[in-house]
Design a protein around this ligand. Structure first.
Ligand code: EPZ
Length: 436
């Protein structure tokens, strides 16, 4: 398996470009199921999860072109023929977001068989709210051999009140609702930019949606949807990760092709830490570290609060701040997998339930560390960029799931990072069940 070798100590200087958002691209690719026409998506990130989604759609009978030439980063999907409306275990076990095909499959074909996602690194992450919403829309649900099967002649609009705010749950049921008979109201819906991006694509396909990006989304079902072309949002978590890379290394970095409005909560916290942040126009942010980092507390919340997907990266940063910072994780029950690895590098962090107490500033020393999930891995990259010596990061396929060519992008602004392909590398897909 590939590894990263990172030698810490270089301030990151220059310009680094953000790619398209994986968590927008995944639901938008699933939305192509809803029409016989072609759907073209631009600004697709070249990451492992997109390849997994391509395999998933192809396994169901779709034709998926995926190109990453300079001008491209584009996919064109045709679901004219859906010969097998099944999301198989072999694929779902490597990417939980496969559950996003559940709603569109039932809406388009009247049947969906999706392997129930197993546990995952960051928490149980059931899909009970996805299924409960489909039942309310008239789907008959059955469970067999680890699969959930949903059937409906035609889904009916319903008033769905989510017990918990769920991003892919909102997306799944939004895609189910656009072809349902009558009106659907999604209440306590997720407000993440990825939901808004999906709604923009669905609207371009002919759906009738109001309120995307708010807690209440109203959908008037239509008979049919047509194809569309859509550009995927910039990845707000990649942008936030690069801002912290500039701050933690004491650099001066311009993060481009991003949307500053999507990471307002992260920018506010970085300013509280004494980091200099300047928004340049509508799609760039300059980050400079101005002397000693100050402490700050975070408590992860649904959008527009501080994102759980930035918690691990922020924790790496405050290990370098003078004093005590509290990091509270409210969304997932096991999202501190990075803590022990950071402690092995010299951080002083104690966990008490859902709160981690970070005492800084502690010099970090290079170590051999293990990547466990996507964002924990990003946290270890950030720590290694400032650690004394050469760190080895193992199982970096976790990073490749959601960060496009991260080592090339970081090397382009002065990081000493290289990828080591293990000569005996096992080129098979990793067998572990992974998050996101
Ligand atoms: C999405 O996951 C993202 N993944 C995650 O990003 C992100 O961390 C998460 O939203 C929260 O922002 C994608 O968009 C592909 P949830 P999702 O449903 O939708 C519970 C990354 O690193 N819940 O909003 O799976 C759940 O257990 C990944 O890019 C239920 O109980 O998250 C969690 O505690 C990691 N039942 C909470 O809700 C359900 O049916 C929020 O989960 C659904 C969710």
């Amino acid at each position: 398996m590939d590894k990263f070798v990172i030698r810490g100590g270089n301030p990151l200087l220059g310009t680094i470009r953000v790619s398209g958002a994986k968590n927008s691209a995944l639901p938008c690719m699933a939305a192509a199921i809803l029409t016989e026409d072609e759907v073209t998506l631009e600004n697709i990130p070249q990451v492992r999860d997109i390849e997994t989604e391509r395999k998933l759609l192809t396994s169901m009978g779709a034709e998926v072109e995926l190109g990453y030439g300079r001008a491209q980063h584009r996919t064109t999907i045709s679901c004219r023929v859906l010969s097998d409306p099944t999301a198989k275990y072999e694929i779902v076990k490597t990417m939980r977001a496969s559950a996003l095909v559940l709603g569109p499959l039932v809406a388009r074909t009247g049947i969906a068989r999706v392997s129930m996602p197993g546990g995952c690194a960051i928490g149980a992450r059931p899909i009970d709210l996805h299924i409960k919403g489909l039942e309310q829309m008239g789907a008959a649900i059955a469970y067999e051999h680890g699969y959930v099967e949903a059937r409906a002649e035609r889904l009916k609009g319903a008033h769905i009140l989510f017990d918990k705010i769920t991003v892919t749950g909102t997306e799944d049921l939004l895609m189910a609702a656009v072809l349902a008979e009558g009106e659907t109201i999604l209440e306590n819906a997720a407000r993440e930019p990825e939901v808004t991006d999906l709604a923009a694509l669905l609207t371009a396909m002919g759906a009738q949606i109001e309120g995307a990006g708010t807690s209440t989304i109203r959908v008037q079902g239509v008979e049919k949807l047509h194809g569309a072309r859509h550009r995927i949002n910039p990845d707000r978590i990649e942008a936030g990760t690069f801002l912290i890379a500039g701050a933690i290394t004491g650099g001066d970095l311009c993060v481009t092709h991003c949307n500053p409005a999507h990471i307002a909560a992260v920018i506010e916290k970085l300013k509280e830490c004494g980091v200099r942040i300047d928004t340049l126009g509508k799609d760039s942010i300059r980050v400079r570290s101005e002397g000693k980092l100050k402490t700050a507390d975070i408590s992860t919340e649904e959008y527009p609060g501080f994102p759980t997907d930035m918690q691990a990266q922020f924790m790496a940063l405050v290990t370098q701040a003078e004093g005590v910072s509290q990091v509270r994780e409210n969304i997932f029950e096991n999202r501190f997998m990075h803590v022990q690895e950071l402690v092995r590098m010299g951080a002083n962090i104690r966990i008490d339930g859902r709160t981690a107490t970070v005492r800084g500033k502690t010099p970090l020393s290079a170590a051999a560390v293990m990547c466990s999930d996507l964002r924990a891995s990003a946290s270890l990259v950030l720590a290694a960029l400032v650690a004394d010596g050469e760190s080895i990061l193992d199982r970096i396929y976790n990073i490749d799931r959601g960060y496009e060519h991260i080592e090339e992008k970081l090397r382009g602004v002065g990081a000493q990072i290289k990828r080591l392909g293990n000569v005996f590398s096992d080129r098979r897909e990793p067998s572990t069940t992974v998050s996101a």
